[in-house]
Design a protein around this ligand. Structure first.
Ligand code: FMN
Length: 157
């Protein structure tokens, strides 16, 4: 099985998760990891599984991720398994009432990414996943890298 992991990352947290997912996938797959800026949507069909991850910014994926998803030709992911993840603030750790309420209302990046991948014809391999950072620029919550690697392995199995 051939898997592609595409990510965007400002402070490095999403990149760490993307590489941990790739490490998990590598137990059973040939894996390519690409930044959004280097990914060619027209080539996604060459993979059995496409994983797309973004930081959550203003309750949505990053602009680069949105542009990539928009550039997916219709049917580009027909026959391809797809799955989305994001990094997001752990509202319990941040303990900010406004963020907690707005996050509940407006959500996170992974869900719209998953929907866009499905609209392009992809078959969802799993529910969108969120990995937690403890503050705006990180760090990741303890255990998130292990969880990401285990998730990657599960996706590949
Ligand atoms: C401008 C900005 C907006 C953000 N908006 C959200 C948000 O709406 N919800 C959330 O959970 N985290 C939000 N965050 C925290 C990011 O999710 C966090 O920076 C990201 O997970 C870090 O990933 P990276 O290191 O890969 O850039 C925001 C951070 C910044 C800097």
């Amino acid at each position: 099985m051939k898997a592609l992991v595409v990510f965007e990352s400002y402070f490095g947290n999403t990149e760490k998760i993307a590489r941990a997912v790739a490490e998990g996938l590598a137990a059973h797959c040939e894996v390519t990891v690409l930044r959004v800026a280097d990914a060619r949507p027209e080539r996604f069909k060459a993979f059995d599984l496409v994983v797309v991850g973004s930081p959550t910014r203003a309750f949505r994926p990053t602009e680069g991720t949105k542009a990539l998803l928009k550039a997916l030709p219709a049917g580009a992911l027909q026959g391809v398994k797809v799955v989305a993840f994001d990094t997001r603030m752990d509202v319990k750790a941040v303990n900010n009432l406004i963020l907690t309420v707005f996050s509940g209302l407006f959500g996170y990046a992974a869900e719209p990414i998953g929907k866009a991948l499905a609209r392009a014809g992809g078959t969802q391999a799993d529910l969108p996943q969120g990995f937690m950072v403890l503050a705006s620029e990180g760090p990741l919550r303890d255990g998130e890298l292990d969880r990401a690697a285990a998730w990657g392995e599960k996706l590949a199995a």
